[in-house]
Design a protein around this ligand. Structure first.
Ligand code: HEM
Length: 446
Protein backbone atom coordinates (compact mmCIF):
# COMPACT_ATOMS: atom_id res chain seq x y z
CA UNK A 1 0.00 0.00 0.00
CA UNK A 2 3.03 2.30 -0.14
CA UNK A 3 2.74 3.08 3.57
CA UNK A 4 5.71 1.15 4.98
CA UNK A 5 8.43 2.41 7.30
CA UNK A 6 10.62 3.94 4.61
CA UNK A 7 7.78 5.67 2.81
CA UNK A 8 8.12 8.78 4.97
CA UNK A 9 11.67 9.29 3.68
CA UNK A 10 10.54 9.43 0.07
CA UNK A 11 10.03 12.77 -1.66
CA UNK A 12 6.78 11.64 -3.26
CA UNK A 13 4.26 9.15 -1.91
CA UNK A 14 5.35 5.67 -3.07
CA UNK A 15 3.15 3.87 -5.58
CA UNK A 16 0.35 1.72 -4.17
CA UNK A 17 0.49 -1.69 -5.79
CA UNK A 18 -2.25 -3.12 -3.61
CA UNK A 19 -5.01 -1.18 -5.37
CA UNK A 20 -6.53 -2.64 -8.49
CA UNK A 21 -6.55 0.68 -10.36
CA UNK A 22 -2.74 0.70 -10.48
CA UNK A 23 -2.82 -2.43 -12.62
CA UNK A 24 -5.12 -0.92 -15.21
CA UNK A 25 -2.19 1.13 -16.56
CA UNK A 26 0.83 -0.76 -15.16
CA UNK A 27 3.79 -1.01 -17.54
CA UNK A 28 6.03 -3.96 -16.59
CA UNK A 29 9.04 -2.57 -18.48
CA UNK A 30 8.78 0.73 -16.60
CA UNK A 31 8.35 -1.15 -13.32
CA UNK A 32 11.47 -3.14 -14.07
CA UNK A 33 13.41 0.02 -14.82
CA UNK A 34 12.23 1.77 -11.64
CA UNK A 35 13.09 -1.18 -9.41
CA UNK A 36 16.47 -1.65 -11.10
CA UNK A 37 17.56 2.01 -11.14
CA UNK A 38 15.32 3.67 -8.60
CA UNK A 39 14.03 7.17 -9.14
CA UNK A 40 16.05 10.17 -7.98
CA UNK A 41 13.22 12.66 -8.28
CA UNK A 42 10.85 10.64 -6.17
CA UNK A 43 13.40 9.37 -3.68
CA UNK A 44 13.09 5.68 -4.42
CA UNK A 45 16.33 3.70 -4.09
CA UNK A 46 17.49 1.43 -6.91
CA UNK A 47 17.64 -2.29 -6.19
CA UNK A 48 19.54 -3.46 -9.29
CA UNK A 49 23.14 -4.30 -10.06
CA UNK A 50 25.43 -1.35 -9.23
CA UNK A 51 22.66 0.52 -7.41
CA UNK A 52 22.58 -1.40 -4.20
CA UNK A 53 25.04 -3.16 -1.89
CA UNK A 54 22.93 -6.30 -2.04
CA UNK A 55 21.44 -6.06 -5.53
CA UNK A 56 18.61 -8.09 -7.04
CA UNK A 57 19.33 -10.03 -10.22
CA UNK A 58 17.12 -9.42 -13.28
CA UNK A 59 15.21 -12.63 -12.57
CA UNK A 60 14.65 -11.56 -8.98
CA UNK A 61 13.29 -8.21 -10.16
CA UNK A 62 10.80 -9.98 -12.43
CA UNK A 63 9.86 -12.23 -9.51
CA UNK A 64 9.17 -9.13 -7.42
CA UNK A 65 6.92 -7.75 -10.17
CA UNK A 66 5.09 -11.07 -10.41
CA UNK A 67 4.61 -11.10 -6.62
CA UNK A 68 3.18 -7.58 -6.70
CA UNK A 69 0.42 -8.73 -9.03
CA UNK A 70 -0.72 -11.18 -6.36
CA UNK A 71 -1.00 -8.92 -3.33
CA UNK A 72 -3.88 -10.10 -1.15
CA UNK A 73 -5.62 -6.72 -1.21
CA UNK A 74 -6.01 -7.11 -4.99
CA UNK A 75 -8.17 -10.16 -4.47
CA UNK A 76 -10.88 -8.46 -2.44
CA UNK A 77 -14.18 -9.23 -4.12
CA UNK A 78 -16.11 -6.33 -5.62
CA UNK A 79 -19.24 -6.08 -3.45
CA UNK A 80 -21.70 -4.79 -6.05
CA UNK A 81 -21.11 -4.57 -9.77
CA UNK A 82 -23.02 -4.55 -13.03
CA UNK A 83 -22.45 -5.54 -16.64
CA UNK A 84 -24.82 -3.73 -18.95
CA UNK A 85 -25.37 -2.41 -22.44
CA UNK A 86 -27.64 -2.06 -25.39
CA UNK A 87 -27.91 -4.23 -28.47
CA UNK A 88 -28.01 -2.68 -31.92
CA UNK A 89 -28.39 -4.26 -35.31
CA UNK A 90 -25.26 -3.27 -37.22
CA UNK A 91 -26.94 -3.90 -40.56
CA UNK A 92 -29.92 -1.61 -40.03
CA UNK A 93 -28.70 0.59 -37.16
CA UNK A 94 -31.86 -0.25 -35.22
CA UNK A 95 -32.06 -1.23 -31.57
CA UNK A 96 -32.65 -4.97 -31.11
CA UNK A 97 -35.51 -5.64 -28.72
CA UNK A 98 -35.85 -9.40 -28.90
CA UNK A 99 -33.39 -12.08 -27.94
CA UNK A 100 -31.63 -13.69 -25.00
CA UNK A 101 -28.42 -12.25 -23.60
CA UNK A 102 -25.87 -14.47 -21.87
CA UNK A 103 -23.21 -13.14 -19.54
CA UNK A 104 -20.06 -15.22 -19.39
CA UNK A 105 -17.25 -14.63 -16.90
CA UNK A 106 -13.84 -16.26 -17.09
CA UNK A 107 -11.45 -16.70 -14.20
CA UNK A 108 -7.76 -15.87 -14.48
CA UNK A 109 -7.26 -19.55 -15.43
CA UNK A 110 -9.75 -19.24 -18.30
CA UNK A 111 -12.31 -21.42 -16.58
CA UNK A 112 -15.88 -20.31 -16.99
CA UNK A 113 -16.61 -18.64 -13.64
CA UNK A 114 -20.18 -17.67 -14.25
CA UNK A 115 -22.94 -17.87 -16.83
CA UNK A 116 -26.17 -15.95 -16.51
CA UNK A 117 -28.92 -15.24 -18.98
CA UNK A 118 -31.74 -12.75 -19.32
CA UNK A 119 -34.12 -11.63 -22.05
CA UNK A 120 -33.54 -8.24 -23.66
CA UNK A 121 -35.73 -5.48 -22.29
CA UNK A 122 -38.17 -3.64 -24.57
CA UNK A 123 -35.62 -0.85 -25.05
CA UNK A 124 -32.96 -3.34 -26.17
CA UNK A 125 -30.93 -3.28 -22.97
CA UNK A 126 -29.46 -5.87 -20.66
CA UNK A 127 -28.28 -5.34 -17.11
CA UNK A 128 -26.66 -8.08 -15.05
CA UNK A 129 -26.37 -7.09 -11.38
CA UNK A 130 -23.52 -8.93 -9.62
CA UNK A 131 -22.43 -9.33 -6.03
CA UNK A 132 -19.07 -10.19 -4.48
CA UNK A 133 -17.30 -10.97 -7.73
CA UNK A 134 -13.54 -11.64 -7.85
CA UNK A 135 -11.71 -8.68 -9.40
CA UNK A 136 -9.66 -10.71 -11.90
CA UNK A 137 -12.57 -12.06 -13.88
CA UNK A 138 -13.16 -11.04 -17.47
CA UNK A 139 -16.62 -10.73 -18.93
CA UNK A 140 -18.33 -10.81 -22.23
CA UNK A 141 -21.93 -10.95 -23.34
CA UNK A 142 -23.42 -13.04 -26.12
CA UNK A 143 -26.80 -12.54 -27.71
CA UNK A 144 -28.87 -15.26 -29.31
CA UNK A 145 -31.23 -13.56 -31.72
CA UNK A 146 -34.70 -14.62 -32.77
CA UNK A 147 -33.24 -16.17 -35.97
CA UNK A 148 -30.95 -18.45 -33.96
CA UNK A 149 -27.69 -16.59 -34.58
CA UNK A 150 -25.20 -15.72 -31.84
CA UNK A 151 -23.06 -12.61 -31.58
CA UNK A 152 -20.46 -11.87 -28.93
CA UNK A 153 -19.08 -8.66 -27.46
CA UNK A 154 -15.48 -7.80 -26.74
CA UNK A 155 -14.15 -8.80 -23.31
CA UNK A 156 -14.09 -6.36 -20.42
CA UNK A 157 -13.13 -6.21 -16.77
CA UNK A 158 -14.62 -4.81 -13.58
CA UNK A 159 -12.61 -3.15 -10.84
CA UNK A 160 -13.45 -1.72 -7.43
CA UNK A 161 -13.10 1.75 -9.00
CA UNK A 162 -15.21 0.89 -12.01
CA UNK A 163 -17.81 -1.59 -10.84
CA UNK A 164 -20.03 -0.95 -13.85
CA UNK A 165 -19.00 -2.38 -17.18
CA UNK A 166 -20.70 -1.21 -20.36
CA UNK A 167 -20.34 -3.74 -23.19
CA UNK A 168 -21.38 -2.91 -26.73
CA UNK A 169 -23.18 -5.75 -28.43
CA UNK A 170 -24.11 -5.80 -32.11
CA UNK A 171 -26.07 -8.18 -34.26
CA UNK A 172 -26.19 -8.49 -38.04
CA UNK A 173 -29.03 -9.34 -40.34
CA UNK A 174 -28.59 -12.66 -42.16
CA UNK A 175 -27.84 -12.88 -45.89
CA UNK A 176 -28.10 -15.95 -48.14
CA UNK A 177 -26.25 -14.33 -51.02
CA UNK A 178 -22.94 -16.14 -51.61
CA UNK A 179 -21.81 -13.27 -53.85
CA UNK A 180 -20.79 -11.43 -50.66
CA UNK A 181 -17.92 -13.89 -50.22
CA UNK A 182 -14.44 -13.41 -51.64
CA UNK A 183 -11.09 -15.01 -51.02
CA UNK A 184 -8.69 -12.19 -50.33
CA UNK A 185 -5.77 -14.58 -50.48
CA UNK A 186 -5.11 -18.26 -51.04
CA UNK A 187 -1.79 -19.79 -50.05
CA UNK A 188 -0.98 -23.29 -51.20
CA UNK A 189 1.78 -25.20 -49.41
CA UNK A 190 3.22 -28.38 -50.83
CA UNK A 191 5.27 -31.04 -49.04
CA UNK A 192 6.47 -34.40 -50.28
CA UNK A 193 6.55 -37.83 -48.74
CA UNK A 194 7.89 -40.90 -50.59
CA UNK A 195 4.72 -41.66 -52.57
CA UNK A 196 2.49 -38.68 -51.99
CA UNK A 197 2.31 -34.96 -52.04
CA UNK A 198 0.65 -33.25 -49.08
CA UNK A 199 -1.11 -30.03 -49.89
CA UNK A 200 -2.25 -27.38 -47.42
CA UNK A 201 -4.42 -24.59 -48.75
CA UNK A 202 -4.93 -21.57 -46.52
CA UNK A 203 -8.00 -19.52 -47.38
CA UNK A 204 -8.30 -15.99 -46.07
CA UNK A 205 -11.93 -15.10 -46.51
CA UNK A 206 -13.80 -11.79 -46.66
CA UNK A 207 -17.52 -11.27 -46.22
CA UNK A 208 -17.89 -8.05 -48.18
CA UNK A 209 -21.31 -7.15 -46.91
CA UNK A 210 -22.83 -5.75 -43.77
CA UNK A 211 -24.74 -8.92 -43.00
CA UNK A 212 -23.86 -12.35 -41.65
CA UNK A 213 -23.70 -15.03 -44.33
CA UNK A 214 -25.86 -17.98 -43.28
CA UNK A 215 -25.51 -20.14 -46.39
CA UNK A 216 -27.59 -20.25 -49.54
CA UNK A 217 -30.32 -22.35 -47.90
CA UNK A 218 -30.55 -19.98 -44.95
CA UNK A 219 -29.64 -22.78 -42.53
CA UNK A 220 -25.98 -22.43 -41.69
CA UNK A 221 -25.76 -26.01 -40.42
CA UNK A 222 -26.22 -27.09 -44.04
CA UNK A 223 -23.10 -25.18 -44.98
CA UNK A 224 -21.90 -21.66 -45.66
CA UNK A 225 -18.43 -21.28 -47.20
CA UNK A 226 -17.61 -24.04 -49.66
CA UNK A 227 -14.14 -25.49 -50.09
CA UNK A 228 -13.12 -27.67 -53.05
CA UNK A 229 -10.42 -30.32 -53.17
CA UNK A 230 -9.05 -32.14 -56.23
CA UNK A 231 -10.55 -35.45 -57.26
CA UNK A 232 -8.76 -38.32 -55.54
CA UNK A 233 -7.69 -36.21 -52.55
CA UNK A 234 -7.07 -38.41 -49.52
CA UNK A 235 -6.88 -37.78 -45.76
CA UNK A 236 -8.76 -34.52 -46.07
CA UNK A 237 -8.63 -32.48 -42.86
CA UNK A 238 -9.56 -28.93 -41.93
CA UNK A 239 -8.01 -26.38 -39.59
CA UNK A 240 -8.95 -22.90 -38.52
CA UNK A 241 -6.54 -20.07 -37.96
CA UNK A 242 -7.06 -18.24 -34.68
CA UNK A 243 -5.57 -14.83 -35.27
CA UNK A 244 -2.30 -14.29 -37.00
CA UNK A 245 0.08 -13.15 -34.29
CA UNK A 246 0.56 -16.55 -32.72
CA UNK A 247 0.18 -18.34 -36.03
CA UNK A 248 -1.93 -21.05 -34.59
CA UNK A 249 -4.34 -23.44 -36.18
CA UNK A 250 -6.80 -25.73 -34.48
CA UNK A 251 -8.60 -28.76 -35.94
CA UNK A 252 -11.88 -27.78 -37.59
CA UNK A 253 -13.14 -31.09 -39.01
CA UNK A 254 -16.18 -30.92 -36.77
CA UNK A 255 -17.15 -27.56 -38.23
CA UNK A 256 -17.15 -28.91 -41.79
CA UNK A 257 -19.84 -30.81 -43.68
CA UNK A 258 -19.19 -32.93 -46.75
CA UNK A 259 -21.39 -31.92 -49.71
CA UNK A 260 -19.79 -34.21 -52.30
CA UNK A 261 -16.57 -36.19 -52.80
CA UNK A 262 -14.74 -32.98 -53.65
CA UNK A 263 -16.68 -30.26 -51.83
CA UNK A 264 -16.97 -29.47 -48.13
CA UNK A 265 -18.83 -26.63 -46.47
CA UNK A 266 -18.13 -24.71 -43.29
CA UNK A 267 -21.19 -25.20 -41.07
CA UNK A 268 -21.07 -21.91 -39.16
CA UNK A 269 -22.32 -18.44 -39.95
CA UNK A 270 -19.72 -16.10 -41.44
CA UNK A 271 -19.67 -12.66 -39.89
CA UNK A 272 -19.34 -9.44 -41.86
CA UNK A 273 -15.93 -7.97 -42.51
CA UNK A 274 -12.49 -8.60 -43.93
CA UNK A 275 -10.42 -11.65 -43.07
CA UNK A 276 -13.27 -13.05 -40.99
CA UNK A 277 -12.32 -16.66 -41.58
CA UNK A 278 -8.99 -18.42 -42.01
CA UNK A 279 -9.53 -21.98 -43.12
CA UNK A 280 -6.88 -24.52 -43.97
CA UNK A 281 -7.65 -27.68 -45.89
CA UNK A 282 -4.96 -30.39 -45.96
CA UNK A 283 -4.99 -33.42 -48.19
CA UNK A 284 -2.70 -35.93 -49.87
CA UNK A 285 -2.47 -36.81 -53.55
CA UNK A 286 -0.51 -39.75 -54.94
CA UNK A 287 2.81 -38.57 -56.34
CA UNK A 288 4.91 -40.50 -58.80
CA UNK A 289 7.17 -38.01 -60.53
CA UNK A 290 4.17 -35.89 -61.32
CA UNK A 291 0.87 -34.65 -59.92
CA UNK A 292 -1.67 -31.98 -60.75
CA UNK A 293 -3.44 -29.99 -58.08
CA UNK A 294 -6.62 -28.86 -59.72
CA UNK A 295 -10.01 -27.74 -58.44
CA UNK A 296 -12.34 -24.82 -59.13
CA UNK A 297 -12.09 -21.64 -57.08
CA UNK A 298 -15.28 -21.55 -54.97
CA UNK A 299 -15.27 -17.72 -54.91
CA UNK A 300 -13.17 -15.08 -56.63
CA UNK A 301 -9.58 -15.22 -55.41
CA UNK A 302 -7.70 -11.95 -55.15
CA UNK A 303 -4.20 -13.30 -54.81
CA UNK A 304 -2.84 -16.83 -54.97
CA UNK A 305 0.56 -17.95 -53.70
CA UNK A 306 2.19 -21.32 -54.04
CA UNK A 307 4.99 -22.55 -51.76
CA UNK A 308 7.10 -25.51 -52.78
CA UNK A 309 10.08 -26.90 -50.81
CA UNK A 310 13.27 -25.43 -52.17
CA UNK A 311 14.84 -27.36 -55.02
CA UNK A 312 12.16 -30.03 -54.82
CA UNK A 313 10.37 -30.18 -58.14
CA UNK A 314 9.41 -28.19 -61.20
CA UNK A 315 6.20 -26.15 -61.17
CA UNK A 316 4.49 -25.82 -64.55
CA UNK A 317 1.57 -23.50 -64.33
CA UNK A 318 -0.74 -24.11 -67.27
CA UNK A 319 0.02 -21.26 -69.69
CA UNK A 320 2.71 -20.12 -67.29
CA UNK A 321 0.39 -18.39 -64.82
CA UNK A 322 2.52 -19.36 -61.85
CA UNK A 323 5.46 -16.97 -61.75
CA UNK A 324 8.37 -17.35 -59.33
CA UNK A 325 8.78 -14.52 -56.85
CA UNK A 326 10.91 -13.72 -53.80
CA UNK A 327 9.86 -16.14 -51.08
CA UNK A 328 8.39 -14.95 -47.81
CA UNK A 329 8.88 -18.34 -46.19
CA UNK A 330 12.32 -19.77 -45.41
CA UNK A 331 13.20 -22.98 -47.30
CA UNK A 332 10.25 -22.63 -49.65
CA UNK A 333 10.18 -21.33 -53.21
CA UNK A 334 7.26 -19.02 -53.81
CA UNK A 335 5.15 -18.62 -56.93
CA UNK A 336 2.28 -16.24 -57.63
CA UNK A 337 -0.51 -16.13 -60.13
CA UNK A 338 -3.06 -13.49 -61.16
CA UNK A 339 -6.49 -13.39 -59.57
CA UNK A 340 -9.07 -16.06 -60.35
CA UNK A 341 -12.79 -15.80 -60.98
CA UNK A 342 -15.23 -18.05 -59.17
CA UNK A 343 -15.35 -21.40 -60.97
CA UNK A 344 -12.00 -20.90 -62.68
CA UNK A 345 -9.62 -23.77 -62.05
CA UNK A 346 -6.57 -23.57 -59.88
CA UNK A 347 -4.15 -25.70 -61.86
CA UNK A 348 -0.73 -26.54 -60.51
CA UNK A 349 1.39 -29.18 -62.23
CA UNK A 350 4.27 -30.53 -60.23
CA UNK A 351 6.86 -32.74 -61.82
CA UNK A 352 10.23 -34.26 -61.16
CA UNK A 353 11.82 -36.16 -58.32
CA UNK A 354 11.71 -34.20 -55.07
CA UNK A 355 15.19 -33.32 -53.83
CA UNK A 356 14.15 -34.48 -50.39
CA UNK A 357 11.19 -36.16 -48.81
CA UNK A 358 9.77 -36.42 -45.34
CA UNK A 359 8.74 -39.86 -44.17
CA UNK A 360 6.08 -40.24 -41.50
CA UNK A 361 8.71 -39.97 -38.75
CA UNK A 362 10.61 -37.20 -40.47
CA UNK A 363 13.62 -39.55 -40.62
CA UNK A 364 15.09 -38.21 -43.80
CA UNK A 365 15.33 -34.75 -42.34
CA UNK A 366 17.35 -34.88 -39.16
CA UNK A 367 16.90 -31.76 -37.01
CA UNK A 368 13.91 -30.75 -38.99
CA UNK A 369 10.27 -31.14 -38.34
CA UNK A 370 8.41 -30.58 -41.57
CA UNK A 371 5.03 -30.31 -39.89
CA UNK A 372 6.24 -27.68 -37.53
CA UNK A 373 7.99 -25.87 -40.34
CA UNK A 374 4.77 -25.82 -42.23
CA UNK A 375 2.89 -24.16 -39.40
CA UNK A 376 5.77 -21.76 -38.90
CA UNK A 377 5.60 -21.03 -42.59
CA UNK A 378 1.87 -20.47 -42.47
CA UNK A 379 2.43 -18.18 -39.53
CA UNK A 380 5.15 -16.16 -41.18
CA UNK A 381 2.83 -15.78 -44.05
CA UNK A 382 -0.13 -14.86 -41.94
CA UNK A 383 1.92 -12.02 -40.57
CA UNK A 384 2.45 -10.72 -44.04
CA UNK A 385 -1.26 -10.68 -44.76
CA UNK A 386 -3.59 -7.78 -44.41
CA UNK A 387 -5.26 -9.93 -41.81
CA UNK A 388 -2.44 -9.15 -39.44
CA UNK A 389 -3.19 -5.47 -39.68
CA UNK A 390 -6.86 -6.12 -39.17
CA UNK A 391 -6.38 -8.39 -36.19
CA UNK A 392 -3.81 -6.22 -34.50
CA UNK A 393 -5.99 -3.17 -35.01
CA UNK A 394 -8.90 -5.03 -33.57
CA UNK A 395 -6.97 -6.14 -30.51
CA UNK A 396 -5.46 -2.69 -29.99
CA UNK A 397 -8.89 -1.13 -29.84
CA UNK A 398 -10.16 -3.70 -27.36
CA UNK A 399 -9.33 -3.28 -23.67
CA UNK A 400 -5.68 -4.18 -23.14
CA UNK A 401 -5.61 -5.87 -19.71
CA UNK A 402 -5.98 -9.61 -19.71
CA UNK A 403 -8.03 -10.37 -22.77
CA UNK A 404 -8.23 -14.15 -22.39
CA UNK A 405 -7.72 -14.69 -26.09
CA UNK A 406 -4.66 -12.47 -26.22
CA UNK A 407 -3.31 -13.83 -22.98
CA UNK A 408 -3.63 -17.37 -24.35
CA UNK A 409 -2.15 -16.47 -27.71
CA UNK A 410 0.73 -14.79 -25.91
CA UNK A 411 1.12 -17.83 -23.71
CA UNK A 412 1.35 -19.99 -26.83
CA UNK A 413 3.90 -17.69 -28.43
CA UNK A 414 5.88 -17.55 -25.19
CA UNK A 415 5.82 -21.33 -24.91
CA UNK A 416 7.18 -21.64 -28.44
CA UNK A 417 9.83 -19.00 -27.81
CA UNK A 418 10.90 -20.74 -24.61
CA UNK A 419 10.97 -24.04 -26.45
CA UNK A 420 13.24 -22.55 -29.10
CA UNK A 421 15.73 -21.33 -26.51
CA UNK A 422 15.68 -24.33 -24.19
CA UNK A 423 14.00 -27.15 -26.06
CA UNK A 424 11.48 -28.90 -23.87
CA UNK A 425 11.00 -32.58 -24.55
CA UNK A 426 8.87 -32.63 -27.69
CA UNK A 427 6.07 -34.49 -25.96
CA UNK A 428 5.86 -32.04 -23.07
CA UNK A 429 5.94 -29.10 -25.42
CA UNK A 430 3.15 -30.55 -27.54
CA UNK A 431 1.09 -31.40 -24.47
CA UNK A 432 1.34 -27.88 -23.16
CA UNK A 433 0.44 -26.48 -26.56
CA UNK A 434 -2.62 -28.73 -26.79
CA UNK A 435 -3.80 -27.61 -23.36
CA UNK A 436 -3.41 -23.97 -24.32
CA UNK A 437 -5.17 -24.54 -27.60
CA UNK A 438 -8.10 -26.22 -25.88
CA UNK A 439 -8.42 -23.24 -23.57
CA UNK A 440 -8.10 -20.93 -26.54
CA UNK A 441 -10.92 -22.67 -28.37
CA UNK A 442 -13.13 -22.37 -25.32
CA UNK A 443 -12.92 -18.59 -25.31
CA UNK A 444 -12.65 -17.95 -29.03
CA UNK A 445 -15.53 -15.92 -30.38
CA UNK A 446 -17.31 -17.07 -33.44
C1 HEM B 1 10.18 -3.73 -2.60
C2 HEM B 1 10.70 -2.55 -2.85
C3 HEM B 1 10.18 -1.61 -3.92
C4 HEM B 1 9.65 -1.91 -5.12
C5 HEM B 1 9.42 -3.28 -5.74
C6 HEM B 1 9.30 -0.66 -5.73
C7 HEM B 1 8.75 -0.56 -7.00
C8 HEM B 1 8.38 0.63 -7.58
C9 HEM B 1 7.88 0.78 -8.90
C10 HEM B 1 7.69 -0.38 -9.89
C11 HEM B 1 7.59 2.07 -9.08
C12 HEM B 1 7.06 2.68 -10.39
C13 HEM B 1 5.58 2.65 -10.40
C14 HEM B 1 4.98 3.24 -11.67
O1 HEM B 1 5.22 4.42 -11.93
O2 HEM B 1 4.29 2.50 -12.35
C15 HEM B 1 7.91 2.78 -7.90
C16 HEM B 1 7.72 4.11 -7.69
C17 HEM B 1 8.07 4.76 -6.52
N1 HEM B 1 8.66 4.22 -5.42
FE1 HEM B 1 9.19 2.32 -5.16
N2 HEM B 1 9.62 0.35 -4.91
C18 HEM B 1 10.15 -0.18 -3.77
C19 HEM B 1 10.63 0.48 -2.69
C20 HEM B 1 10.54 1.83 -2.51
C21 HEM B 1 11.05 2.56 -1.36
C22 HEM B 1 11.84 1.90 -0.24
C23 HEM B 1 10.68 3.84 -1.53
C24 HEM B 1 10.96 5.03 -0.65
C25 HEM B 1 11.90 5.14 0.22
C26 HEM B 1 9.99 3.95 -2.76
C27 HEM B 1 9.45 5.09 -3.26
C28 HEM B 1 8.86 5.21 -4.49
C29 HEM B 1 8.35 6.44 -5.00
C30 HEM B 1 8.34 7.78 -4.28
C31 HEM B 1 7.87 6.17 -6.27
C32 HEM B 1 7.35 7.13 -7.30
C33 HEM B 1 5.94 7.48 -7.21
C34 HEM B 1 5.60 8.47 -8.30
O3 HEM B 1 6.51 8.91 -9.03
O4 HEM B 1 4.42 8.76 -8.41
N3 HEM B 1 9.90 2.72 -3.33
N4 HEM B 1 8.38 1.86 -6.97
Amino acid sequence: MGDGEMAAQALLPPTQFGVASYWETADPALMFDTIQNGSLESGMPGFGEGQNSNPLSETQIWDVIAALTELPSLNQPIPTAAVQGQVTNQTTGEVVTEGTVFLQAFTADFEEGLRLEQPLTADGRFNFALQDVPPQWVYRVIIRTADGLEFGSEFGQLSPNQPTLELALGTYAPTQDAAVLAIAQLDVFVEFSPAAVSVSELYLLDNRSNAVFVGETGDFTEGTVQINVPEGAQNVSFWRGLGTSAADFVPADEQMRPLSATTWAFARPVSAGEAVLQLVVRYDLPYNRQATISHPAPYPIGQANLFVPQGAVAVDGTAGEWQPTTSLVPNFEQYQRPSLLAGQSLAISLSGHPAWVTDSDGNLLPNRDAQQELWLGLGALGLALGAAVYTVYHWRTSPPPLHPRDALLQALAALDAAHEQHPLPKRAHEQQRQTLKRELLAVWED
